[in-house]
Design a binder for this molecule. Structure first.
Ligand SMILES: [Zn+2]
Length: 130
């Protein structure tokens, strides 16, 4: 059902892993997973609960999440440009908001200077509200 296999990971969300995997100034998308429960072997069961992107520096964005220390694992995909990153984020958002819901359940915003439409629900989501 899930086709987020195109993302790399999951990796443990910590400073060293993020630095080893992602260069500075990369454009890309990511999902964050947190522990839902433990199974009978005391192994963590993880679900994706956050979808995000960075148009300027994916490494720095993820380091913010490292400091918050809330999510355990991440997956990511490096994108060629902001347009691709926005479309990828929209795809992940629509794929993952069901059935468990996302902690950030607001629809992704278009990059400020591009005014793109979401390819999945055909709505414009601008953060300018103008
Ligand atoms: Zn949409």
């Amino acid at each position: 059902m899930s086709n987020n296999y195109e993302l790399k990971g999951p990796f443990l969300l910590n400073k060293v892993t993020v630095n080893n995997r992602i260069d500075e100034n990369a454009v890309g998308v990511y999902i964050l997973e947190k522990v839902l429960s433990q199974d009978f072997l005391s192994q963590d069961l993880l679900i994706a609960k956050y979808v995000g992107r960075s148009d300027t520096d994916l490494n720095r964005r993820l380091q913010d999440h490292v400091r918050n220390d809330y999510y355990k694992q991440f997956k990511f995909k490096i994108c060629a440009n902001k347009t691709e990153a926005y479309k990828e984020e929209c795809r992940l958002y629509h794929e993952l908001k069901e059935p468990h819901g996302l902690d950030n359940d607001r629809h992704p915003d278009s990059p400020d200077d591009l005014d793109l439409e979401c390819p999945y629900c055909w709505l414009k989501h601008s953060n300018s509200f103008s």
